[in-house]
Design a protein around this ligand. Structure first.
Ligand code: PLP
Length: 844
């Protein structure tokens, strides 16, 4: 049954006797306004205090008094604005966008995006950090670009914890309840008005999932939770926290996401060609999608997987192997023992094999990333460097393959610029590049040559002043909340200075981010901060995982540093880092500092958020900055090598960091021309804004995913799925046939004829009845001087005696023939090699 929104059932508890309330409700439930602020004025008018406090239109609408609501609805100005906004919304949904124009008649009707977290708005706290940021920003850009996406995730009853810091610097974790009625979401209802509930099986228990929808402009996000009164209490709590509990809880969350998500799509009769796994958490969808295919087309599981994987895409965000979820075989048995038999009709060990490096190692744990790889038609990391790191991490799945041929590409993340730009920046960009600048292909975005130095500097001064103001307010509130700290509350109201060079540092407090690197030599750092002519101020924020004592110690170290040296006018730790705080920080900071231990920062996104606002990055050459940095756009730390736990490395990097601050950042900021403008600084701003902003936008990332992955995946999936999966069936039979005959292939006598400009290479190969049309025979030479290897296809010539073929290739090369060796790889039905068949046979 198709589900739809039936207004009076969602909005039933709003006053029905005030005409037009349903229009307001429709506006309030669209997260478009979290980046397009055109409607803010409406919520402000209804309840200024509550709006400023929550930035949640849905809360405002539900809490506004009837009198006030009636008064506003009777005001023609208010009505006009409301009517305009609903028209704007309708127009932006129906108008063709980039996707419709660039890819008319595309074979992609729907892409389903699965993620454990989404960071869309502070009004919907179902995120922890970077992963949710990527998901949220890409959804928003998909809406801008008209890419047909539905997203699936979990509705956490508490989300991630809220942070309070006591006077000793100790982080306290609070878990306020996410009341679904107050979140900008609505229950997903069937046409008959029933709430769509899904039943899934968790180790023999039927567990009910409640379903919700979130409107994100053109795009819809569906959320599931298990807090249904019909469930027993253990099950009701599965979706209570983001990444809470141990593996027992995690596996159940991931089953709800991957398997529940597929069931939800089925219930809605949505049939995406492409499924995108944002990290391995969602990988159980591989099994459920194949299971549905089996049932619909009458194939085996293996055949169904061969068909469906062509339409699955896996994005990995992890830089170390330990970062992937691993489950114990016994835990897997508990949740998948019956599923393997009943839903996939395979032996449980064959299911486990999909998540193991060595399928026959019965003690090996089940790795979600391995399942995702074995269930995908394409895999990517999230920056150029992370692509390389990932090829190393997954090399063991492709034994004897050269690293550069491992089937893991990269799409560097980007951020949704309209969500992070300040009103000042928005004005400058609009004047130079137009209102619709983030909705097309960005060809013209970046040309800010018409903006004067004075205007760019004014942008910075305004933005910094606004941040200083916000810092005072927020810190005052923070101090009042921690009431045992009255002496600091006093000074909170006049902290900082709006003309002082302002650094921002905000991220999760985990050791690899080295959030205390700036404290390495406290005396030297204090000298930099408190230089009377050229002072520096720094705002820090970040949460440590609640049970991570090392992360909590890092926070304590900062708070105590500030206290002991009475540095409140130069350094402030703002608690409860969230999206709203990020917005202020990235808009106001002059310099964004990032000090991860390379190569752990797979990509990093917070630094991209300052680009649009004229902030400059000072960062380790890791993640995105390793590909973005040039001396014209910012400052770099590190030497592009990994140093592991080398004992002196932190000391050297801290020294370099201080040196960059002392000798470059501070002097460049404070050296002014006769108009009071720091010319060199403004030149850096201009370069960074114009060259990096379009490149590191989610607009670019989503278009790249669409063209490089979604569209080809849709074509491949459809090709394989036709005629009840006949291509998939042939893939399986060819693969098995090759596997059986592979070891019997033997490479025989070689002769080389030297000819003008190169040589002719001949080899006799006994194919052991392998069909020559299912393989490629290649001459391979390692690349010289770091270049890519040279590969020349060989032709299969006449059959010399039964099953033995003379193969040859002509090579135009000055290199000695001894540099070359023959290899054989699979090649059939357009499969991706070595992703889908990792056989390789080398002559030497
Ligand atoms: C942007 C953002 C992140 C991710 O930043 P990284 O640089 O990738 O660590 C995490 N949390 C919040 C609240 C953010 O806004």
């Amino acid at each position: 049954m198709k589900a739809s929104i039936i207004n009076n059932q969602i909005y039933g508890f709003l006053p029905t006797d005030i005409e037009g309330v349903d229009t307001l409700a429709e506006l309030a439930l669209d997260l478009r306004w979290s980046w397009n602020h055109a409607v803010d004025e409406i919520w402000y008018k209804l309840d200024p205090d509550l709006w400023m406090e929550t930035h949640n239109p849905w809360v405002v609408l539900q809490n506004v008094s009837r009198d006030q609501l009636k008064k506003q609805m009777d005001d023609p100005v208010f009505r006009k604005k409301m009517d305009e906004m609903i028209k704007l919304k309708e127009k932006s949904i129906s108008e063709p966008a980039w996707f419709q124009k660039a890819h008319p008649n595309a074979p992609l009707s729907c892409m389903a995006y699965f993620s454990m977290e989404f960071m869309l708005s502070e009004a919907l706290p179902i995120y922890v950090g970077g992963l949710g940021n990527v998901a949220g920003d890409q959804l928003k850009s998909a809406s801008d670009l008209g890419v047909p996406v539905v997203a699936l995730g979990l509705l956490y009853q508490q989300g991630y914890f809220r942070q309070v810091i006591d006077r000793y610097g100790t982080q306290q974790a609070l878990f306020p309840y996410n009341d679904p009625g107050q979140l900008p979401i609505s229950p997903l209802r069937l046409p008959n008005g029933e709430w769509l509930r899904l039943a899934i099986d968790l180790s023999g228990h039927t567990v009910w999932l409640r379903t919700w929808q979130v409107q994100v402009g053109r795009v819809r996000l569906y959320l599931m939770d298990s807090n249904d009164p019909a469930n027993n209490p253990v099950h009701r709590g599965i979706t209570s926290e983001t990444y809470g509990g141990g593996s027992d809880l995690r596996i159940q969350q991931e089953i709800i996401l991957g398997i529940g998500g597929c069931k939800l799509l089925q219930a809605l009769q949505i049939e995406p060609e492409v499924y995108h796994m944002n990290e391995g958490h969602a990988a159980f969808l591989v099994l459920e999608r194949a299971s549905n295919f089996m049932k619909a087309k009458g194939t085996s599981f293996e055949e169904a997987l061969a068909c469906t994987r062509a339409g699955n895409i896996f994005t990995t965000h992890t830089a170390v192997g330990a970062g992937f979820d691993h489950f114990d075989p016994s835990l897997m048995w508990q949740f998948f023992g019956a599923y393997a038999k009943n839903d996939l009709n395979i032996d449980f060990n064959d299911l486990l094999a999909l998540g193991r490096e060595n399928p026959y190692n019965s003690s090996e744990r089940f790795n979600m990333a391995f399942l995702a790889i074995r269930g995908s038609g394409a895999v990517n990391g999230v920056s150029l460097l992370h692509g390389e790191v990932s090829r190393q991490l997954f090399a063991s799945l492709f034994p004897r393959w050269p690293k550069n041929e491992l089937p893991i590409g990269s799409v560097t993340n980007g951020v949704h610029m309209p969500s992070w730009d300040s009103e000042f920046a928005d004005k400058i960009w609009t004047e130079s590049c137009g209102k619709e600048r983030w909705r097309g292909n960005l060809e013209t975005v970046g040309d800010i040559s018409g903006v004067s130095d004075a205007d760019l500097w004014l942008l910075r001064n305004n933005s910094r002043a606004k941040l200083v103001d916000y810092t005072r307010q927020r810190f005052t509130k923070q101090m009042k909340a921690a009431s045992e700290w009255p002496e600091v509350a006093e000074i909170a109201t006049n902290l900082f200075d709006s003309n002082t060079l302002t650094l921002g540092f905000a991220r999760r407090f985990v050791p690899y981010k080295r959030p205390n690197l700036l404290l390495y030599d406290a005396e030297r750092f204090i000298r930099i901060l408190t230089n009377p002519e050229r002072p520096v101020q720094l705002i820090i924020a970040g949460k440590s995982p609640p049970f991570d004592e090392s992360g909590k110690a890092l926070i304590r170290q900062w708070v105590q540093f500030i206290q002991q040296h009475n540095l409140y006018h130069h350094v402030i730790f703002l608690s409860d880092y969230d999206m709203l705080l990020t917005e202020h920080l990235v808009q106001g900071a002059d310099v964004w500092v990032n000090t991860p231990r390379r190569p752990w920062e797979a990509c990093g996104t917070s630094g991209m958020k300052v680009l649009v606002n004229g902030g400059i990055n000072l960062s380790e050459l890791d993640g995105w900055w390793a590909e973005a940095y040039t001396p014209e756009v910012g400052w770099a730390l590190g030497d592009t090598y990994e140093h592991g736990n080398e004992p002196n490395w932190d000391a050297m990097e801290a020294d370099a960091l201080y040196r960059i601050l002392e000798q470059e950042v501070v002097p460049t900021f404070y050296t002014r021309n006769e108009d009071g403008i720091p010319e060199q600084w403004v030149a850096k701003i201009r370069n960074s804004m114009s060259t990096l902003t379009p490149r590191f936008s989610a607009n670019r990332a989503v278009r790249e995913y669409t063209e490089k992955y979604y569209l080809p995946a849709a074509v491949n999936y459809l090709k394989r799925a036709t005629k009840n999966g006949s291509v998939g069936k042939r893939i399986v039979s060819t693969k098995n046939d090759l596997r059986n005959k592979w070891n019997g292939i033997s490479l025989g006598e070689t002769t080389i004829d030297h000819v003008e400009g190169g040589f002719q290479y001949n080899i006799s190969i006994s194919l052991n009845a392998v069909d020559p049309n299912t393989i490629l025979i290649q001459l391979f030479a390692n690349g010289l001087n770091g270049e890519l290897p040279e590969i020349v296809e060989m032709e299969v010539g006449e059959e010399q005696k039964v099953g033995v073929f003379r193969c040859h290739a002509h090579v135009n090369s000055k290199r000695p023939d001894s540099d070359y060796t023959v290899r054989i790889i699979p090649n059939y039905e357009g499969i991706s090699v070595p992703l889908e068949d990792n056989q390789i046979r080398w002559q030497h």
